[in-house]
Design a protein around this ligand. Structure first.
Ligand code: HQG
Length: 182
């Protein structure tokens, strides 16, 4: 089984295009896991039949927790671009958070702050390693921003838990709370 391909397709279905799989996300982003498995098996893309154990394997072995299986339901924890709003729980953030981005984007971010762009939320990391990895998707030598989340939170910026402790979400982080870390 090509687990990387399967994991990417599950992310695609649950973050971006559930309707292509005849799935409907509830307000927390969950769908019945059996419906997802059925749609994946119907696609004819996979030689072996996909089972719930394959999904469990992906969730348990992935270096980043991207999906959550809760009882008979599964969801993507973050990264959504679907038009329907995915509800996340507000949290008190750690004092410092990080965001990895490109030099090009930074030129805009340094004035306008961090915006969700095509996703529903801004994605922040609790550690620099994750921020570097995220930034490297866009720039060989990414800019790593340090977010003064303590002050932002005190000033009323709302942060949300993703369900994965290393990824914290926000609606918008104004530039005054950002500093270059690296
Ligand atoms: C940038 C992946 C211009 C932002 C990752 C980023 C993450 C701005 C890009 C998760 C801006 C959006 C999300 C502004 C922000 N003007 N550019 N005002 N504000 N940007 O992919 O955070 O591993 O939507 O810096 O690991 O890179 O695939 O967000 O460069 O956790 O599971 O606009 O997605 O998850 O890019 O990544 P993205 P992201 P996976």
């Amino acid at each position: 089984m090509d687990y990387t391909k399967l994991s990417k397709e599950i992310s695609y279905a649950l973050r971006h295009a559930p309707w292509e799989y005849e799935l409907e996300l509830d307000e927390e982003g969950f769908v019945p896991v059996e419906q997802l498995i059925h749609a994946l098996n119907e696609s004819g893309e996979y030689k072996e039949t996909i089972t719930k154990d394959d999904i469990l394997h992906i969730i348990e072995t992935s270096e980043k927790k991207r999906h959550e299986l809760k009882g008979s339901r599964i969801r993507a924890l973050y990264g959504h671009t679907v038009p329907s709003h995915i509800r996340k729980e507000p949290v008190v953030p750690p004092d410092i958070l990080y965001h990895g981005t490109s030099h090009k984007a930074y030129e805009i971010i340094k004035n306008g702050g961090l915006k969700p762009m095509s996703r529903q939320y801004v994605h922040l990391s609790t550690d620099t390693d994750t921020a570097v990895r995220v930034g490297k998707r866009r720039d060989k030598k990414p800019v790593i921003l340090m977010v003064d989340a303590k002050r932002a939170y005190a000033d009323g910026v709302i942060f949300y838990g993703s369900g994965y402790e290393k990824v914290i979400l926000a609606d918008h982080v104004p530039a005054e709370y950002l500093n270059i870390y690296l």
